[in-house]
Write a protein that binds this ligand. Structure first.
Ligand SMILES: [Zn+2]
Length: 205
């Protein structure tokens, strides 16, 4: 008996956002590896899973990624990323900024907050990194809509359980060392699958 469909969105394309700490690693590739591990964990637990990228070299638009969730009838949309500091960070501060944060869709704040909190807690605990909190970001032209295209398109296509998880900073030595290690990514995938499974009743509500 399948528990429902989850759409996983490994952010960016294959060579999107190089890790600044070690040559040859890219956010877009590490997101893809994490997504395949999380897909396997969720399938093992009885979920059906679709990915917005089936091959590491795929790079669909933000609209295509988000819309897949609603069009396929997903109960959950998860966009997987790692982070980098904004332009305001000084060169001295830049590599020191680390930690996990999770954005959730404003289309159902009450329903999404507990899921975002549990996901972010699992990432912080597994990566042993800082907790930067759970957040929303609203569209400047319409505060009822999400700023992030993947979340906005997921919600507008019918999947309001939409999250964007920033798994630490690929510009920080400790966070990126974790993200570059497949065994560590496996533990992260297992922890996130456990949260999805445990909160299924909330996710389905
Ligand atoms: Zn990203």
């Amino acid at each position: 008996m399948l528990k429902g469909l989850v759409v996983l969105d490994p952010g960016h394309g294959q060579f999107g956002n190089p890790h600044t700490t070690k040559e040859g690693f890219y956010e877009g590739t590490q997101n893809f590896i994490l997504a395949t591990l999380l897909r396997d964990e969720l399938q093992r637990r009885g979920f059906e899973v679709l990915m917005t990228r089936n091959r590491v070299e795929d790079n669909p638009t933000l609209e295509e990624r988000g819309r897949l969730a609603g069009e396929a009838g997903a109960i959950l949309f998860l966009s997987l990323h790692s982070n980098a500091p904004g332009t305001s960070a000084t060169p001295e501060r830049y590599p020191k900024i680390r930690g996990a944060e999770t954005f959730y869709s404003v289309s159902d704040e009450a329903g999404n907050i507990p899921v975002a909190r549990a996901l972010n807690d699992a990432v912080v605990r597994t990566m042993n990194t800082e907790d930067r909190g759970i957040k929303t970001r609203r569209h400047p032209d319409n505060p009822d809509l999400d700023y992030y295209g993947v979340l906005r398109n997921s919600a507008q296509s019918g999947c309001r359980r939409a999250f964007l998880v920033e798994h630490g900073f690929h510009t920080n030595p400790e966070d990126s060392a974790f993200l570059q290690d497949t065994e560590s990514l496996s533990r992260l995938a297992a922890a996130e699958a456990e949260v999805v499974d445990r909160l299924l009743s909330l996710i389905k509500a």
